[in-house]
Design a binder for this molecule. Structure first.
Ligand SMILES: [Zn+2]
Length: 164
């Protein structure tokens, strides 16, 4: 107990002004975003959206994993998603390290063997993004009416650049 006191205190302040009671869980702006877990990324703010507007799925690298695809299918069919943005970013650790480099760093931190843990590194970030976008567009449960775009987020300027 106590390790989370600062965050729980902040949560009570947050809840004091909370105005989303009873609000539904659909994406009111019709948007879903797949992006990286990177702490420099503010997925809603960077496209002018707010809580309630969009479905957000994050993982290391911002890849369209099977779980991300599951989220997109749910979003499109049950939660009002009409546009999908896949957004990896510049200076991403998953795109600038090899599997071995990340494994070595984790092993050094953990102090135990970590060779069994896989990391979703990419050697060609743009090729991976193109592949991810195409797989969403081609998915049998994602209708053609859904717009799918692939973007690179620049963590040093805050700008999105559409690539696909
Ligand atoms: Zn990243």
């Amino acid at each position: 107990m106590g390790d989370f006191d600062d965050l729980l205190a902040a949560n009570r302040d947050y809840a004091a002004d909370f105005d989303m009671a009873g609000f539904d869980g659909v994406a009111h702006a019709g948007v879903a975003i797949v992006t990286c877990m990177d702490s420099r990324i503010a997925p809603l703010a960077m496209v002018g959206l707010h809580p309630g507007d969009a479905k957000i799925f994050r993982n290391p690298g911002g890849r369209v994993t099977p779980q991300a695809m599951e989220a997109l299918v749910l979003g499109v069919h049950l939660l009002n998603v009409k546009r999908v943005l896949v957004i990896p970013h510049t200076r991403c650790a998953m795109a600038s390290n090899t599997q071995e480099e990340i494994r070595d760093r984790i092993a050094a931190s953990a102090g135990v063997d970590s060779s069994w843990q896989l990391y979703s590194v990419v050697t060609d970030q743009m090729a991976a993004l193109e592949d991810d976008v195409h797989r969403v567009r081609a998915h049998p449960l994602i209708p053609d009416t859904v717009e799918v775009g692939g973007f690179l987020y620049d963590v040093d300027t805050g700008l999105l650049d559409q690539k696909f």
